[in-house]
Design a protein around this ligand. Structure first.
Ligand SMILES: Nc1ncnc2c1ncn2[C@@H]1O[C@H](COP(=O)(O)OP(=O)(O)OP(=O)(O)O)[C@@H](O)[C@H]1O
Ligand SMILES: [Mg+2]
Length: 129
């Protein structure tokens, strides 16, 4: 299992969401962040140089996936988030030790498999009747 963190341009979020949905990835956390990349803006002053860092609005996505989904997820993000201009963002892939679905107690890959929607709806209706 891996935890995939992607930092993308906010205006690419719609395309990234769609690309992830198409490959079957729907478990996503999103937050809005301010970030700075590898660029260095240096301003010259009469008493020396000063480094200025401008922070830009970015979208931070976290996606936990089982091994077969790692490359699929990375490729979906690459294809949908890339404009080719500086500032397209970054993807970080980290090992993930444990995952637990709170509702069922399922662990690891079982906890990462998408929930069968029709079954869930049926269960909900059964409970109500
Ligand atoms: N090393 C890093 N650690 C943590 N966050 C980073 C790092 N590099 C980039 N980010 C995040 O990603 C955002 C976008 O980075 P950016 O795309 O500018 O990276 P870059 O390395 O400068 O690549 P590029 O040359 O394409 O601009 C940053 O605003 C920041 O939020
Ligand atoms: Mg940059």
């Amino acid at each position: 299992m891996k935890l995939i963190t992607a930092i993308i341009r906010p205006d690419r979020l719609g395309m990234v969401k769609e690309a992830l949905f198409r490959v079957g990835v729907t478990g996503i956390s999103l937050s809005k962040v301010s970030g700075h990349g590898g660029e260095k803006e240096i301003i010259e002053h009469y008493r020396g140089t000063q480094v200025r860092m401008e922070f830009h609005e970015k979208v931070h996505l976290q996606i936990a996936v089982s091994e077969p989904f790692v490359d699929v997820t990375v490729n979906a993000i690459l294809q949908s988030a890339r404009t080719g201009e500086v500032g397209d963002g970054k993807i970080f892939v980290q090992p993930l030790e444990r995952v637990i679905r709170i509702r069922t107690g399922e662990q690891d890959s079982d906890a990462l498999t998408p929930v069968n929607q029709p079954e869930t709806t049926a269960q909900a209706l059964k409970k109500r009747s």
